[in-house]
Design a binder for this molecule. Structure first.
Ligand code: FE
Length: 152
């Protein structure tokens, strides 16, 4: 059975563990997506989507320094692809999202998504991975928050 919900920041249609999610215009995607995952108590999911943004901050992890280098883009861009996953770190929703953004001249920029503001639409599919509760833990060797699967 299909469930439909409207909130101030997003709307969705859900059937089982499959969501069709539309985030509201001018919302910041990562924050709204985090709110959606908290509201729906999502533990693990796969995210894919598209849309358009007026600005975005992308990150590149320099493996030599283990530091993120951030770059802000302030222009209208198509979300050629948004892909990501949902897990938990210290019990809280942890989003890992990457963006490929198409510019006016049809070139692409891309990277790890720190934040991005919708200007137009943002349409996502969120597929919940039932029964999975992946946690993350900081790995000092890579500087990344990696999946921490229990050793059975
Ligand atoms: Fe990343």
């Amino acid at each position: 059975m299909e469930t439909v919900k409207h909130t101030a920041r997003y709307s969705f249609s859900r059937q089982g563990g499959n969501y069709i999610l539309s985030i509201g215009n001018h919302e910041e995607i990562i924050s709204a997506l985090g709110q959606f995952c908290e509201d729906e108590d999502i533990q693990a999911a796969e995210i894919s989507g598209l849309g358009a943004v007026s600005e975005a901050t992308l990150r590149f992890l320099d493996p030599a320094t283990k530091q993120y280098v951030d770059k802000h883009f302030e222009e209208q861009m198509e979300i050629s692809n948004l892909c990501g996953n949902v897990s938990r770190k210290d019990g809280k929703v942890y989003l890992h999202v990457h963006l490929s953004l198409g510019r006016r001249d049809y070139s692409l920029v891309g990277g790890h998504a720190l934040c991005a503001t919708i200007n137009g639409a943002c349409e996502l599919f969120v597929r919940v991975l039932e029964g999975q509760h992946p946690q993350r833990i900081f790995d000092p060797q890579t500087g990344l928050n990696l999946y921490d699967f229990p050793k059975i």
